[in-house]
Design a protein around this ligand. Structure first.
Ligand code: AVJ
Length: 336
């Protein structure tokens, strides 16, 4: 039983299903085919991603943790927020570094995890409630590409809970490099939407993976234990289960490739033979050619100047930027 957590739902099960249906129909009938990465994260996918973060090849999580640990106190000083909002919060492990810093600064009142998966949110929220007595938790179930206008504390979106006033200073953390899953145009739209509902004093803390030796980048997305391959194929399991499809997971091979022009890693699934797939919920039967590749994720890699320029284009000024000692991963603090 979960108590003490306020929940706002923008994404009911039915709407989530409709959105999956539309994405899969569009993605499987496109040429080339493409599935959006957000559908990786069912219970199994979230577990697999958690294993990815502990792989020797997958450096981003450890590097970001290091940058955050080294600078959390500075972040809390620069933005003494009463509310910490975490977008795509997942299991919120790194969040604790920020919560600790805000608590030590004596300002923390509320934690707002924002994610598509309610179960993950409630589990994470419960743990935070236990560790930070006196801090309220307001979980928001939503898709940050669509429901950003409704963040607690914003003029239009506050649900009336205590603290939802302009004086409620908010720090919005968007960590993990997840912004890299969005195409450049979508990133711009997203950042402008965030900027549009910021008040003076609010700030964005953005985690981004940085451009580096392509061999290291590819290894991070094609680990020797095959965990990323299983994570990639898991999107087919999700479609099999939720849309009554019959993808044979053994018929699709994991591909990770660096695209230097776009500065992103692409994950794809390659059909190892010619095969027919039926997605019964869509009334769709479709044929994959031998070696046909379907894109399942882009993960953009940035430069420090590039991040500042994208933020500036969205009306956000960079007030600080930090990396780990090796320059692998960056945190940027931006203000309206
Ligand atoms: C959670 C989106 C940041 O792009 O690095 C990890 C997801 N995909 N391995 C990333 C992911 C393959 C991850 N993000």
């Amino acid at each position: 039983p979960v108590t003490g957590i306020t929940v706002t739902r923008h994404l009911a099960a039915a709407e989530r299903h409709a959105s999956l249906t539309a994405d899969v129909r569009a993605g499987l009938t496109a040429n080339p085919r493409e599935l959006p990465p957000k559908w990786f994260y069912d219970a199994t996918g979230s577990l697999l991603f958690d294993r990815i973060t502990r792989l020797p090849e997958y450096y981003p999580t450890r590097r970001e943790h290091a940058v955050l640990a080294a600078n959390a106190a500075r972040i809390a000083t620069a933005c003494p927020a009463t509310t910490l909002i975490e977008l795509g919060s997942g299991t919120s492990e790194k969040t604790r570094l920020l919560l600790d810093a805000l608590r030590n600064a004596g300002v923390l009142r509320r934690f707002v995890p924002f994610d598509v998966d309610e179960e993950t949110l409630l589990r994470a929220g419960q743990e935070i409630l236990r560790s930070y007595p006196g801090t309220s938790v307001h979980a928001v179930v939503g898709d940050f590409e669509r429901h950003l206008a409704f963040l607690p504390g914003s003029a239009s979106g506050d649900s009336g809970s205590a603290g939802g006033v302009a004086a409620d200073r908010r720090l919005v953390a968007f960590l993990g490099g997840t912004i890299g899953n969005l195409r450049p145009e979508t990133r711009g739209t997203f950042l402008r939407a965030l900027r549009d509902q910021f008040h003076d004093g609010d700030a964005l803390l953005l985690g981004t993976d940085l451009v580096k030796d392509p061999a290291r980048l590819v290894a991070a997305y094609d680990d020797s234990a095959g965990v990323t391959a299983a994570f990639n194929r898991n999107v087919l399991s999700v479609i099999n289960r939720e849309l009554d499809a019959d993808f044979d997971l053994r018929g699709f091979a994991h591909v990770a490739a660096w695209d230097p022009e776009n500065s992103w890693i692409e994950m794809r699934l390659r059909s190892v033979r010619e095969q027919e797939v039926s997605v019964r919920a869509l009334g769709l039967v479709t044929r994959f050619g031998a070696d046909e590749q379907m894109r399942t994720e882009i993960s953009a890699k940035f430069t420090l100047e590039g991040i500042r320029a994208e933020l500036a284009a969205a009306g956000l000024g960079t007030s600080a930027q930090w990396t780990d000692p090796d320059g692998d991963f960056a945190l940027t603090l931006a203000v309206p």
